[in-house]
Design a protein around this ligand. Sequence first.
Ligand SMILES: Cc1cc2nc3c(=O)[nH]c(=O)nc-3n(C[C@H](O)[C@H](O)[C@H](O)COP(=O)(O)O)c2cc1C
Length: 181
Amino acid sequence: MKVLGISGSMRRKGNTAILVQKVLEDVAEKSDSIATEYISLADYEIGPCIACMKCKEEKTCVLTNDTWDRVAEKMLDCDVLVIGTPVYYYDVCGQLKNFIDRTYSMYHDRKLTGKYVVTIAIQAEKGADRALETLEGFANTHEFSFIGEIEGHAAEEGEILRDSKALKEAEKIAAKIAALG
Ligand SMILES: Cc1cc2nc3c(=O)[nH]c(=O)nc-3n(C[C@H](O)[C@H](O)[C@H](O)COP(=O)(O)O)c2cc1C
């Protein structure tokens, strides 16, 4: 079984990166048979979906001017997706929204259906509930099986390490993932 963690934040060492990786580390601690991989969308170029609708026929995204296909490949290969975002204007951040929109190319033949998902949103003050709803919309549309969600509270880089509730939740969710393997 493979668990892929994706941070949508452009901060490579930010709070979302830390919390997504914490889930993966806890999974690795609890299970020898589960492989984990972490990626940051800060290392990829993901342009917006241009609504060309060619993916309806091609069953794949026809845009070739960025590195979306490298992320897509990893996602198709995983069994569990742990997807996290910083909250921007009460919602997911732009890079992650581009990522979500590009998965339309995987929708037509339900390429993601049946995979498991964990959703994470980190706010400084407000809006994580709405960001988690956006992630729920992504997960429900693709018919993922939902494992759980984490709402983190942090502003400065690394502050999430002081959010004991979120860290505890990460551990609980990791135990659920480990139980799948
Ligand atoms: C453009 C921008 C918009 C933001 N909007 C919100 C917001 O609506 N609500 C909030 O609580 N925090 C907001 N924040 C703060 C971030 O969500 C917070 O700093 C978070 O910890 C960043 O996570 P990261 O370190 O993973 O990037 C915003 C930050 C930026 C840069």
